[in-house]
Ligand binder design. Sequence first.
Ligand code: CS2
Ligand code: MG
Length: 403
Amino acid sequence: MPKIIAAKTIVTCPGRNFVTLKIVTDEGVYGIGDATLNGRELAVEAYLTQHVIPCLIGRDAHQIEDIWQFLYRGAYWRRGPVTMAAIAAVDTALWDIKGKIAGLPVYQLLGGACRTGVMVYGHANGETIDETLDNAAHYAEQGYKAIRLQTGVPGMKGTYGVSKDKFFYEPADSDLPKETVWSTERYMRSTPALFEAARARLGDDLHLLHDVHHRLTPIEAGRLGKDLEPYRLFWMEDATPAENQASFRLIRQHTTTPLAVGEIFNSVWDCKQLIEEQLIDYIRATVVHAGGITHLKKLASFADLHHVRTGCHGATDLSPVCMGAALHFDLSIPNFGVQEYMRHTPETDAVFPHAYTFADGMLHPGEAPGLGVDIDEDLAAKYPYQRAYLPVARRLDGSMHDW
Ligand SMILES: O=C(O)[C@@H](O)[C@@H](O)[C@H](O)[C@H](O)CO
Ligand SMILES: [Mg+2]
């Protein structure tokens, strides 16, 4: 058996912070897993170093399910983003090790490829509708088949999803949380106009997506979904905060715009009702925040029974290690929908050399054994951790809103 003899975390900031777990076996084979939790990175780093790594030493690296169960049940305190990101990192690293020992890419261990590639969506944004659509046209020229559109809300500085650098959107950019302003009324008025203009300019063939980023009440979300129906969105994402899963019944009663939820979910329990009652169309839970490949695979199988497809979160705060793992998963499951793909900066790509490639709107994880993603530790050491927070949002009267 390949015995785990060492494990450590690597924290690096090649433009943004990433936490990576590296597990080493007595046969010299190692695996890596992403453990990044944007804005709360060091909590997961400490959880792994102080509480998880001591329990891994001496275990059989092949026993992925048993180690998952040990860490989940054995903590007594279950679920939550910190715990589940730590378990995910261990799980991902163990799949990497198993693939390397077998000489197979991880997707082969998960049942083999169900498709030739993974359709991804890119992020087009701009301060104005014209600027947003210029950027969308640029994505279409690069071969993207699906594009997320976010545009500035007139009169509001710092709208979610709108960035200065058009290809590397990075909201966690501040040493203390930046305060932004929010007006539901202004947003609800300006968003349908974006999609009307988008269909007129881009045509009907592209998949168009939009992220509401938890900003509306259920009835407001129902109204926005209805207003967007003529433009046939691929999905409307995170229309309302989802702690209360039953509230999605109200949205569903009012619109046929497809709904996506779940980038902040940590387990199947966060979306059980949403899936069972078919209150959503796409589940966005991802490898690093939902317990790794092992748990996400169960979640996807459950979703498949209820006609819910996957649309894994893939923002830049998920490292290339998570992206590689997500691509093996996406390629191998029957109910894949789409994969988010925000490109990492060249500095990040250099720290995490990877086998996955983009062509014609699709990503492919490549054929390297394991995940096909590595970490250059010497280069990583040149980029020390820098505290960075996500912004917060306040309404026009100064009260706190969801960011
Ligand atoms: O859909 C998305 O990609 C977003 O909602 C993210 O940009 C999200 O804001 C970040 O991942 C937060 O860390
Ligand atoms: Mg989102």
